[in-house]
Design a protein around this ligand. Structure first.
Ligand code: ADP
Length: 187
């Protein structure tokens, strides 16, 4: 048997990654497939995905996820502060408590997408934070009406993406795979 030559790894510029969250309003409205479809059709590569319910913080009681807990208090401590870390820059905003309530109101889908300029392209696909300002054709411009229920989150810079992916995923939850179509998507 001849020696097997492993595929050369994709160049670093094709391996940029970003975090996308399909927020609880979108899961409830059955929009997960629509959001995923847009990133797939654009040509980005899905490298991690999970559906999760972020536990709700109840005053004086810590996070309460509603499921019987077999490893308490460790599992709740593991999740404790996930949204506080993710939305650290917004903690002083008047809408922050409402944002936490919204983000813990139901399951959400966390995903990591990979590809050339994925952070910048994804932000363009997502559209303005305020749905009323978001251009038609963007996810928020097509699927949402109000800033407080704006369907998706996407990292706003490569540095933020690295940090946010670390908040939501363990390293071994990311799958490195070579897609057969990169010669058609990148030339
Ligand atoms: P983006 O999600 O576009 O990166 P920000 O980081 O500024 O925007 O805000 C994070 C999230 O906080 C928004 O996506 C939205 O869900 C919520 N948010 C921002 N501004 C407001 C507001 N004025 N009222 C209610 N919710 C808001």
């Amino acid at each position: 048997m001849g020696e097997v030559t492993p595929c050369p790894p994709a160049p670093p510029e094709l391996r940029e990654q970003t975090l996308v969250l399909v927020k609880p309003d979108a899961v409830q409205r059955r929009l997960v497939g629509d959001v995923i479809g847009r990133f797939e059709r654009r040509g980005f590569k899905l490298v991690a995905m999970k559906l999760l319910q972020v536990p709700e913080l109840q005053e004086g009681r810590g996070y309460v996820c509603g499921y019987p807990c077999i490893i308490a208090p460790r599992c709740h401590q593991a999740d404790r502060g996930l949204l506080d870390r993710h939305y650290q820059h917004l903690q002083q905003k008047p809408f922050y408590p409402a944002l936490l309530a919204y983000m813990t109101s139901g399951p959400l889908v966390a995903m990591v997408w990979e590809g050339y300029n994925v952070v910048r392209s994804t932000r363009a696909m997502v559209g303005d934070t305020d749905s009323a300002q978001a251009a038609a054709g963007t996810i928020r411009g097509d699927l949402s009406m109000h800033v407080s229920r704006n369907v998706v989150h996407a990292s706003d810079s490569v540095e933020t993406a690295l940090r946010e992916i670390g908040f939501w995923f363990q390293r071994d939850e990311l799958v490195a795979w070579e897609s057969g179509d990169s010669q058609y998507t990148y030339g």
